[in-house]
Design a protein around this ligand. Sequence first.
Ligand code: SF4
Length: 475
Amino acid sequence: MEPIPDRDGPRDECGVFGLYAPGSEVARLAYFALYALQHRGQESAGIATSDESGHIMTLRDLGLVSQVFDESKLRALGGDMALGHVRYSTTGSSAWENAQPIYRSDHRELALAHNGNLINAVELHDELSAQGVQLRSTSDSELIAALISTHEADTVEDAVAEVVPRLEGALSTVVMTRDAVVAFRDPLGLRPLSLGRLGDRYCVASESCAFDIIGAELVREVAPGEMISLSERGLESRQIAHSDRRAFCVFEHIYFARPDSVLEGVRTQVARRRMGEILAREAPVEADVVVAVPDSGNPAAAGYSLASGIPRDDGLIKNRYVARTFIQPGQELRKHGLRMKFNPLPEVVGGQRVVVVDDSIVRGNTTRQIVGMLRGAGATEVHLRISAPAIRHPCHYGIDMSTPQEMIAHERTAEEVAAELGCDSLAYLSLEGVYEAVGVERETHCDACFTGDYPLARTGAANGKYALEELVTLA
Ligand code: SF4
């Protein structure tokens, strides 16, 4: 049964964490790090632990971190190092077999957690199948695990160094053997991965908010194409893949990362507030009140209000505890589904010209309902301001954006989208505005979902979410 999603924008991809800390409660630390990364994936969660004398233990299941683990399970996961993963499925369905960390013990025993998406997964699958390597899941992450696990190099670092240049796509990945935690990023640096320090030990995580919760400090980002190894030798680094292009996902700054995370040296909350300020400069409107779509629109709404001088108020209240439920509302309640998440306040929006600020629109279903709700609560005008450009192209690097035909901005102007949504006006932040807000250069980023300008030449529709499942079905 499909759970009810808690966000209506593009789906987050995955969150990863790795830690080498003999003498610490590594599973407990991984649990809290994953707890902080929960926004990056709510379908499944898993932790693997390892020590030199024993085996790798893996525990993973469908559900939230707090649903999958309890005290007794964490106590059973002892070891010197840990690996953790939260998942939203981008390749392969959300079946249990696709939950991570992935465990394999071909030539070497390992567990692996991956954030991203391979665009040459079908070729790699064919190659492994031809060698007789058995695969248990339809996730492209298992292909990476199988390539490293079957590799005959003496050390896991050498195996990773030989395998990574053969992988195309987005790869922020952590591998754990019985004696090391090894993390690496693809040479374009599409998805985030940071290095943290916990006392005299090191850890890696998708976002720095995972360090804050366990008392670790952000050291730096893992560089594109860099491999970091954490073991009894301490911290080692090696450049294992090269590219002339850098392409960090600019959508991490706009939407995916938690507002308290630091990406490329910028606190996400601060960048998002600046996006709202620039949006007010680019798309001013005569109005009485600025209302955020909570929580995603909060920082940009604050910026819009600050720059425009229009007061901000909470005109939409979000039920924080609706988050993600596996209980289906049934037909009758489904009609009122949105009220489970948002409730408008007539006292704030009644008789007012309202500017509604959100950070993205994909299909537009939620936005259309919000516009209707605000009008129902008495708003005289509803002006939508989106702190990102229009999304018109799918992502092939680990984000589920749905098909172009499902995107409301697909082959539609802002005026046409406004008419579809029933609002009085609609404006998006320009791409230049995004880069100005973050303070980074376009040349080193991916913005393909806005522009169609994919940084990897071979990116193709054949690498959709279910590409491997289709292959397995055909075989
Ligand atoms: S296509 Fe969009 S979401 Fe995907 S990596 Fe590029 S900027 Fe990020």
